[in-house]
Design a protein around this ligand. Structure first.
Ligand SMILES: Cc1cc2nc3c(=O)[nH]c(=O)nc-3n(C[C@H](O)[C@H](O)[C@H](O)COP(=O)(O)OP(=O)(O)OC[C@H]3O[C@@H](n4cnc5c(N)ncnc54)[C@H](O)[C@@H]3O)c2cc1C
Length: 440
């Protein structure tokens, strides 16, 4: 028998962290369960992948975040099953043992993972960037690619190793493309045998536009800027096959009908395209009869709860509500809202009205001195947008130590034109430097 109600929060990402923090002073016991020991600031993952930031700077430990919140405990483990009738979750812990954890309220904020549009076989040839392990694996691959190009006199191999293809023209794809073009220029002076400035960065987007959620003048600015940096933009183009030597793409443009796919020999193909909600979404759908959409998200009620289960909530990337996009801000606002709802229920106060999203705008970085941003009817581009982008990202990072660390890395990058995170964790073994594509 528990003295106070227990709230179990699955996932310490943007949604789960926000919910757990806002329950800090409530008369409840909070248990945060995450399969990793850190809260990951995904918007800056691409800076880890391109050697600007270290892993720890964007991934503070969950225990350190809650060290002063005495009502909250942390369980490192993966939730594998939910018993909604028995009010329990099954957790596979760090020791590999399964245990059951009872709850009075359950907040499921398990986020999303990569989806390859049904082509699971592509996964072993691609570099996704959804987890910290994947970002570090990608960084090692980028560094290794330049090293391998420098080692060979064969122009064709050099060309292949310095060709980077990014699939997906949303903010992540655009940010990576801009950084890769910048990396190639920055490290050129260190590689004397190859002309790394000639590195080819190809950005492949299936739709007709990059950054589809932005207004046309901002999209135009991004396109122009990327093109000026040498990024090849391929719109209306689908990946049709990926293997270890490159990618086949097909452009459905006028005049291309009947033409076969185009082959791009590339040492690195990066996946910044689809995502799909955590499998816990489908599991909860099956258990509760809640509808699950084509992205695996659970359709929740107006208060983020599941039909027939007012004690179970889904938030963030796992939840389908009012067509909200998979972004940090909806996840955080939903987390805050659900915490408030639980507090009011426990206090016997009148129920909260339905969740309402407050759109605070969106932004994307393009190059070290350029970004685009739109908020409250205002549009910014160029350096002013990059300054706004930097301020917002610093403000949303967790912990003063990380904020200062990131600021000093950015200052170092601007002043020296170099980046600090250039370690290849493994040296050269029997088969050369091996980069493991991470399962995340
Ligand atoms: C590369 C990248 C860049 C992005 N850039 C931006 C951006 O610039 N702006 C923006 O607004 N959004 C951005 N997003 C989207 C944003 O990060 C997500 O919308 C947001 O993180 C969603 O929050 P969440 O709490 O739903 O899930 P997440 O933040 O993904 O957290 C999910 C948590 O659940 C844990 N978990 C998952 N399954 C289990 C399980 N079975 N058991 C235990 N724990 C589990 C995970 O370890 C993770 O900690 C980006 C995403 C990516 C991948």
């Amino acid at each position: 028998m528990r003295n106070v109600p227990r709230v179990v929060v699955i996932g310490a990402g943007f949604g789960g962290l926000s919910a757990a923090r806002h329950l800090g002073r409530a008369p409840v016991e909070v248990v945060v369960v995450d399969r990793t020991n850190h809260h990951l600031f995904q918007p800056l993952l691409y800076q880890v992948a391109t050697g600007i930031l270290s892993s720890g700077e964007i991934a503070p430990s969950i225990r350190s975040i809650f060290r002063r919140q005495r009502s909250t405990s942390i369980t490192l483990g993966k939730v594998t099953a939910v018993d909604v009738a028995g009010h329990q979750v099954e957790v596979c812990g760090a020791d590999g043992e399964s245990k059951r954890l009872g709850y009075d309220y359950l907040i499921v904020a398990a986020g999303a993972h990569d989806s390859y549009f049904g082509h699971h076989e592509w996964a072993r040839h691609l570099f996704p960037m959804k987890t910290l392990a994947q970002a570090v694996a990608l960084r090692e691959q980028i560094l290794t690619a330049f090293e391998r190009a420098a080692e060979t006199a064969d122009r064709e191999k050099q060309r292949r190793w310095t060709t980077f293809v990014i699939v997906g023209g949303g903010p992540t794809g655009v940010e990576l493309a801009g950084q890769l073009a910048t990396v190639a220029v920055q490290i050129q002076r260190e590689f004397r045998l190859i002309d790394s400035e000639q590195a080819r960065v190809v950005l492949v987007e299936g739709g007709g536009e990059l950054l589809a959620s932005f207004a046309e003048p901002l999209r135009h600015h991004a396109r122009k800027k990327l093109a000026a940096m040498g990024v090849e933009i391929r719109l209306g183009t689908m990946a049709v096959n990926v293997d270890d030597d490159g990618i086949d793409i097909h452009t459905a443009a006028k005049g291309n009908d009947g033409r076969g796919p185009e082959r791009i020999a590339a040492g690195t193909v990066i996946w910044a395209a689809g995502v799909e909600a955590s499998p816990l979404g489908r599991l909860l759908g099956d258990l509760t009869g809640a509808e699950v959409d084509h992205k695996g998200r659970v359709r929740v009620g107006p208060d983020c709860s599941l039909p027939g289960h007012p004690e179970v909530f889904c938030i963030g990337d796992l939840a389908a509500l009012n067509d909200l996009p998979g972004l940090c801000e909806p996840a955080m606002q939903e987390g805050r809202y659900v915490a408030k709802l639980i507090r009011r229920r426990l206090a016997g106060q009148a129920p909260l009205g339905p969740f309402r999203y407050r759109d605070l705008g969106t932004m994307a970085a393009i190059s070290p001195g350029d970004a685009i941003a739109q908020a409250f009817g205002l549009r910014l581009s160029g350096l002013p947008a990059k300054v706004a982008w930097a301020l917002v990202h610093i403000a949303f990072l967790v912990g003063w130590g990380n904020r200062l660390g990131v600021l000093s890395r950015w200052a170092h990058d601007i002043v020296t034109g170099n980046r600090s995170e250039r370690v290849l964790l493994e040296g050269v073994g029997e088969g050369g430097v091996v980069v493991r594509r991470s399962e995340g």
